[in-house]
Design a protein around this ligand. Structure first.
Ligand code: SAM
Length: 287
């Protein structure tokens, strides 16, 4: 529908040549590989932006995106449309079990990090924050019964929009069902207005999670410290093999010796030739 006068207008169709321009740019800048089988998906996702901007064709949108104004104001929204942000609290729960039962006890026993400084954890494609806040809840619980030093969680993503969610730490009640009840009680606050059906992560845990914009494809990363634990889950699956290898190498550079790297359930590092030893299905340790 034409929003101005209510008359019907044809739905714009993305030409293959235009899709190729978008997909080349997406692969070069974000790292995400988009074959022609993704043309309909990209068209549907960008359609929303065309409608909001009142543009009639994808070519007009492409020109706008690369204008001075588009680069400044549209690019973050473009990135958000192009990326897949699916996430959950306690997604792939076996990892949190491994963290508590295997990884943290080993790190503590070996005293691989000094008790003078906090344990450093990095959720490197954190989406709207469910992953870093799950980590925060699990670590806070573990610290109640073990000799864990303080901890910090760096939460990074390429989409500025998801990082705003992380900073706010506010979630729909419907999303918290995977969180065990005692943790909800300790680490989540209900909105004063019950009709809103929202919860907010408690300030003490929000203070431990630091949101920062990082494009995993752009190195060197603007991170000074080395991490004890890196979660890089369900993101490299979208990258080409070449980009996967380069990103993994960079992550290894940011890992402490004997630090741990967690990948998503369908991501593997077979034949990557990295200084990592596999210790569980998708868990690696730096050698
Ligand atoms: C499917 S979500 C995974 C979220 C979380 N790690 C999990 O497993 O539930 C993938 C996230 O990767 C981010 N992403 C995609 N390309 C990226 C890049 N080049 N650098 C950093 N983040 C990226 C997306 O914005 C999205 O939030």
């Amino acid at each position: 529908m034409n929003q101005e006068n209510g008359s019907k207008t044809a739905t714009p169709v993305m030409k293959t040549a235009t899709f190729d321009l978008f997909s080349e740019y997406i692969q070069e800048v974000i790292g995400i590989k988009m074959g022609h089988n993704k043309q309909t998906m990209l068209q549907a996702r960008l359609m929303k932006r065309l409608r909001i901007l009142g543009l009639k064709t994808y070519e007009e949108y492409y020109s706008y995106l690369f204008s001075e104004e588009g680069q400044r104001s549209e690019m973050p929204l473009f990135v958000h449309q192009v990326t897949t942000n699916k996430t959950d609290f306690f997604r792939e729960p076996a990892h949190y079990e491994q963290l508590v039962k295997q990884v943290l006890p080993v790190l503590i026993r070996e005293k691989k990090y000094s008790f003078q400084r906090p344990l450093r954890v990095w959720s490197s494609a954190c989406s709207t924050g469910e992953e870093p806040y799950t980590l925060a809840m699990v670590l806070a619980d573990f610290a109640e019964t073990h000799q864990l030093p303080d901890f910090t969680i760096l939460a990074t993503d390429i989409s500025p929009e998801v990082l705003q969610h992380v900073a706010q730490g506010v979630y729909d009640e419907a999303r918290i069902s995977p969180v065990p009840f005692p943790m909800r009680k300790k680490y989540m606050l209900r909105a004063k207005d019950p009709e809103k059906r929202l919860v907010r992560i408690v300030p003490e845990l929000r203070a431990k999670v630091r949101p920062q914009w990082i494009n995993l494809k752009d190195y060197p990363y603007n991170i000074q410290e080395r991490m004890d634990i890196i979660f890089c889950r369900n993101v490299i699956i979208y990258f080409s093999h070449d980009t996967q290898v380069k990103v993994m190498l960079q992550l290894c550079n940011h890992l402490e010796p004997d630090g741990y790297l967690f990948l998503g359930h369908s991501e593997t590092l077979n034949n990557f030739n990295l200084p990592l030893k596999q210790v569980a299905a998708t868990v690696y340790r730096k050698q």
